[in-house]
Design a protein around this ligand. Structure first.
Ligand code: DAH
Length: 339
């Protein structure tokens, strides 16, 4: 037995491990329940009484030695691991993934830029509005179909409170608190009770412009429209105005631009006509001026409103409106270059 113990002591003194795993298997070999030292402990029962003292001491010595040795090796590996876990401060940084501007924002900013060059300033108003600002003050008759439940979202229990269906409500918000000259542009979100499909959504975005001053004429409107169209779609863009109807303008018109895809020759996009519709406009109805506290004998004005999704479609040919609100990063990344 003594020889066995001496042999193990020599073995353990010479112990080496090249990895933490190897060390663990050595620990199992010597120190576990089924390890070599425990086996000797079990044999201790059979040692004659007169040798028990000497062998007992040796066994303890062996056990302590094995434990110290294994602990020392373990400490060494722990220290090595701590060292290798330290961050490498010389490594180049991970690239930061930058977001991209949403295409609707890119186009909105471009529209704002163009109108600011003409002296228009930003204005805004609430999305949750009252009937007065969205409809009544904009000269909608009591029984006008646009007030119909199918188009407008009402706030339950407050039939007077609605989600604005157009940004024209901001015209009223501005006129009721300002004196002409007024020259504002207002981008914003609007809501309509529409079934969602590739060509309609229950919310979308508009930009409204309003100009009120002495002697504002239809030719001022036309010049602003031409400037906008050519800045937005290129200097060769032509415009055409078709008579239309809006309760808040008289006369009213819809503006087409020469199709920016085929250059006016006629293609699938413009259904062969060479023209695409982009906005509604007109001279502010004198009733609207009066309803909002502006003397219509002294002042006149023009207004226009356009859908940002529509303009974005024309610029980037996005076929499905829903893409704009799904926020699929792969779609948004397509607009990186335009940022
Ligand atoms: N508010 C209209 C709409 O939602 C758009 C519009 C048309 C605005 C003519 C105007 C305008 O300011 O003069 O369809």
């Amino acid at each position: 037995m003594i020889e066995k113990i001496e042999q193990l002591i020599a073995e353990i003194n010479a112990l080496k491990a090249s990895s933490a795993q190897e060390l663990e298997s050595l620990r199992l070999k010597y120190l576990s329940k089924k390890g070599a030292i425990n086996d000797l402990m079990a044999d201790f029962r059979n040692v004659p009484n007169e040798q028990k003292r000497e062998i007992g001491q040796k066994l303890n010595e062996l056990k302590n030695l094995a434990q110290d040795k294994i602990n020392a090796l373990k400490e060494m590996f722990d220290a090595q691991k701590a060292e290798s876990d330290k961050p490498d401060l010389t490594r180049t940084a991970y690239p930061t993934v930058l977001g991209t501007r949403h295409p609707l924002n890119i186009v909105k900013n471009e529209i704002i830029d163009i109108f600011s060059r003409l002296g228009f300033v930003l204005a805004d108003g609430p999305e949750v509005e009252d009937d007065w600002h969205v409809f009544s003050s904009m000269n909608f008759a009591e029984d006008h179909p646009a007030r119909d439940m199918q188009d407008t979202f009402f706030v339950e229990a407050h039939p007077d409170i609605i989600l604005r269906t157009h940004t024209s409500s901001v015209q009223s918000r501005v006129m009721e608190v300002s004196e002409p000259p007024i020259r504002i542009i207002c981008p914003g979100r609007v809501y309509r009770n529409e079934a969602i499909s590739y060509r309609a959504h229950c919310f979308f975005h508009q930009v409204e412009a309003l100009y009120v001053d002495k002697k504002v004429s239809f030719s001022d409107l036309k010049q602003v429209l031409l400037y906008f169209a050519q800045q937005m779609f290129g200097p060769d863009t032509k415009i055409r105005l078709r008579p239309s109807y809006f309760p808040f303008t008289e006369p009213s018109a819809e503006m087409d631009i020469s199709c920016n895809i085929c250059g006016g020759k006629g293609c699938a996009f413009c259904k062969g006509t060479g023209w695409v519709e982009i906005l509604g406009c007109g001279m502010v109805d004198p009733n609207v001026l009066e309803l909002n506290g502006i003397n219509s004998k002294e002042y006149s004005g023009f207004a226009l409103g356009m859908g940002i999704e529509r303009i974005t479609n024309l610029k980037y040919q996005v076929k499905d409106l829903r893409m704009f609100s799904e926020n699929d990063v792969r779609f948004l990344k397509e607009f990186e270059a335009a940022n």
